[in-house]
Design a protein around this ligand. Sequence first.
Ligand SMILES: NC(=O)c1ccc[n+]([C@@H]2O[C@H](COP(=O)([O-])OP(=O)(O)OC[C@H]3O[C@@H](n4cnc5c(N)ncnc54)[C@H](O)[C@@H]3O)[C@@H](O)[C@H]2O)c1
Length: 323
Amino acid sequence: MHVTILGGGGFLGRKLAARLAAEGAIGGRALAGLTLFDLAEPPPLAAPFPVTRLAGDVADAAQLAQAIPAGTGVVFHLAAVVSAAAEADFDLGMRVNLQGTLAVIEACRALPTPPRLVFTSSVASFGGGQGAVLADDARQLPANSYGAQKAAAELILQDASRKGFLDAVSIRLPTVIVRPGRPNKAASSFVSAILREPLLGLDTPLPVEEGFAVWVCSPRRAVEWFLHAAAMDTAPLGLDRGINPPGLSVRVGEMLAALTPSERAHVKPAPDPAVQAIVGGWPAAFTAARARALGFSPQEGVAEILAAFREDDLAATRAERGL
Ligand SMILES: NC(=O)c1ccc[n+]([C@@H]2O[C@H](COP(=O)([O-])OP(=O)(O)OC[C@H]3O[C@@H](n4cnc5c(N)ncnc54)[C@H](O)[C@@H]3O)[C@@H](O)[C@H]2O)c1
């Protein structure tokens, strides 16, 4: 089976690719090849199967056709313009997050056998805000363009699944922490920065109150969910292809409590109304009962998330930033 990761050079795409290289199979089906596709050519990956690295635009049909060849059994569609960037540039967000997904559907439709399509949607496709604990049938009412584009893409993927063009599972990811590297343009960038930057010995602003709650997961857990979504029996999903995975609802103060006092001193309160306006609209908790019943594993606590970051990414982040 061939596997393609769109957005394969990004944070989660690289983690997923590394995991596939280590395991060589998804749900017992061996990989015959892997294509990593991103705006810039993804970095080399040592794997027990051929790896093709392609630079291209997910909204370009001809480039996508190369990235999703006949024999593709699973497509992971992670390519996206993230939250604050999609809010700042409406046209770019529409082109990549919505039209890009439409192009992915067409590319899958052209294959002789409909592939499994794992799509990364987002908690940002919901409204509700801090007080909300969303049930599995909660309505998606996004309060930003990124969330609206993700919700719209989900709906079309659901119909494409019904039509038999592909077999979609859309995972509405929580905010993934701890993101390695540098702060990015996601409105939720601070959620990782308040743990990562202090471990690097760097100051970082805290744009929200310590009582602010967020729905999070670790990169390790996100990759587990992708693999489960790629291998699971989709018959029990019926028409509803959207999954609210079992993340962790945690307050900023609880996250800071996992740091030592000297690390914590690097986190400097700096209220930011623009960030608050975006992340304040996202729900801070989900019941996630359906995902649990479907076999999606629950997120462990902040201590484990921090330990995983130290183990997987701290040294590489230090090196990348010349620290
Ligand atoms: N990281 C999170 O906290 C989080 C939370 C919710 C949802 N998600 C979703 O998960 C997915 C992966 O997120 P990530 O954190 O790895 O983001 P990322 O920005 O690191 O990776 C996304 C990749 O998509 C690529 N991309 C952007 N435009 C493209 C285009 N036109 N053509 C091809 N590739 C393009 C980018 O270059 C990037 O490498 C995204 O779909 C994101 O919306 C992430």
